[in-house]
Design a protein around this ligand. Structure first.
Ligand SMILES: NC(=O)c1ccc[n+]([C@@H]2O[C@H](COP(=O)([O-])OP(=O)(O)OC[C@H]3O[C@@H](n4cnc5c(N)ncnc54)[C@H](OP(=O)(O)O)[C@@H]3O)[C@@H](O)[C@H]2O)c1
Length: 289
C-alpha cells in the first residue's frame, strides 16, 4: 500500500492521479471530509492531519511507501517532521519527500524550510528519495493570469531572471516512479524544466497563444511588496516570495539538464504546450464573455 499525502493540493492531487492504475493499492490522505469526498475512484481516502499523531498512525497502517508534501507555510517544518516521525514509528519502508529547488544551498525562504525537513528525513535513517522541483508552469496561471486577463500585463520584480519551469504532471510521474525506492533510494533529484525562460519571453509566448499583446512590467521590489500586501497576503508569505525571487535573480533557477527527461522517459511538457492547453486562462474577460 502506498500513501499519497496532500491529495487535495496541486502536486499531491496530480501524484494521486498518476499513481492510480499504476499501483494496486493507493491510499489518499485528506484533511477534510469535503475534500475526501472528491477522491477519485481507484484509491482509498483517509482523513488525517500532520498535527494529529493518532490520525497519522491510522493513515499509515499497512503502508510501505509514502509521498510527503505540505503547503508552503511556516509550519511546514514542524508538520512534515511529525509526518516523518509517524512514518518511522509505523515501519514505512520508503519515503518520497517533496522539497524544492534551492534546498541545497539557498539559506532563505521556502527552500530553507524544505532543507530542514530533508535533514530530518536523513536523520531518521529511513530509505528516501528527495524531489527538489524548480518553479511550476502552473504558477504562471496562478500568479500572472489575473492581471493579464484584466490589464494585458503582469508586474513582477524579477528583472530578466530566467526560470526553468516544469509541469506538475511531470513531477508526478517522477514521484510515482521513485515511490518504489530501488535504485532511486538515497537520491536527491533536482528537477528542472526544458527551457530557461525570462518574464520577457513568457510575455511574448503568452501574446502568441492568446492573440493579444501581453506585457511584462519589471517593477521595484518595494512596489511588488506593497501590491501583494494590498491583496491581503500575509507578511511572511510576501517576504518568502520576494526572497525566492532573489534566488531566481541570482540565477538559481535557470539550469536545464536532461535529468527530468531521463526520469520520465519522454520529453518534458514545454511552456508552449502548457500555454496551448491553458490559453483561455489568459484571455480578456470582456472579449471572451
Ligand atoms: N509552486 C512551486 O513552484 C513550487 C516549486 C517547488 C516546490 N514547491 C513546493 O511544493 C509543495 C506543494 O505545493 P502545492 O502547490 O501542491 O501546495 P498546496 O496546493 O497548498 O497543497 C498542499 C497540501 O498539503 C496539505 N496540508 C496542509 N497542511 C496540512 C496538515 N496540517 N496536515 C496534512 N496535510 C496538510 C493541504 O491540505 P488542505 O487542502 O487540507 O490544506 C494540501 O493537500 C510546497 O511545499 C512547495 O514549497 C512548490
Amino acid at each position: 500500500m502506498i500513501l499519497i499525502t496532500g491529495a487535495s493540493g496541486s502536486v499531491g492531487k496530480t501524484v494521486l492521479q498518476e499513481a492510480i492504475g499504476k499501483e494496486s493499492k493507493v491510499r489518499a490522505m485528506y484533511r477534510s471530509r469535503e475534500e475526501a469526498a472528491k477522491a477519485p475512484s481507484g484509491c482509498e481516502p483517509v482523513l488525517a492531519d500532520y498535527s494529529d499523531k493518532q490520525s497519522l498512525r491510522k493513515a499509515l497502517d499497512g503502508v510501505t511507501s509514502v509521498y510527503v508534501v505540505c503547503s508552503p507555510i511556516p509550519q511546514l517544518v514542524e508538520l512534515e517532521n511529525n509526518a516523518l516521525n509517524a512514518c518511522k514509528e509505523s515501519g514505512v519502508k520508503h519515503v518520497v519527500l517533496n522539497s524544492a529547488l534551492g534546498a541545497g544551498d539557498y539559506p532563505k525562504s521556502f527552500p530553507s524550510w524544505h532543507r530542514k525537513v530533508e535533514d530530518k528525513l536523513k536523520e531518521t535513517r529511513m530509505s528516501y528519495t528527495i524531489l527538489r522541483p524548480n518553479g511550476f508552469l502552473q504558477n504562471i496561471v496562478t500568479y500572472n493570469a489575473p492581471s493579464i486577463r484584466a490589464q494585458g500585463a503582469f508586474y513582477v520584480a524579477m528583472g530578466d531572471a530566467k526560470v526553468s519551469y516544469l509541469d506538475v504532471g511531470d513531477i508526478a510521474v517522477v514521484a510515482v516512479k521513485v515511490l518504489k525506492g530501488g535504485t532511486h533510494a538515497g537520491k536527491t533529484y533536482e528537477l528542472n524544466g526544458p527551457e530557461a525562460l525570462s518574464n520577457q519571453e513568457l510575455a511574448k509566448r503568452i501574446s502568441v497563444v492568446t492573440g493579444r499583446t501581453v506585457n511584462y512590467v519589471d517593477i521595484p521590489e518595494s512596489a511588488q511588496r506593497e501590491a501583494m500586501l494590498g491583496l491581503g497576503m500575509p507578511e511572511w508569505q510576501v517576504t518568502a516570495l520576494l526572497e525566492l525571487q532573489q534566488f531566481y535573480k541570482q540565477g538559481g533557477g535557470a539550469k536545464t539538464d536532461g535529468l527530468l527527461q531521463a526520469l520520465i522517459e519522454r520529453a518534458p511538457v514545454t511552456l508552449d504546450q502548457y500555454l496551448a492547453a491553458n490559453a483561455r486562462e489568459f484571455r480578456d474577460q470582456a472579449a471572451s464573455a
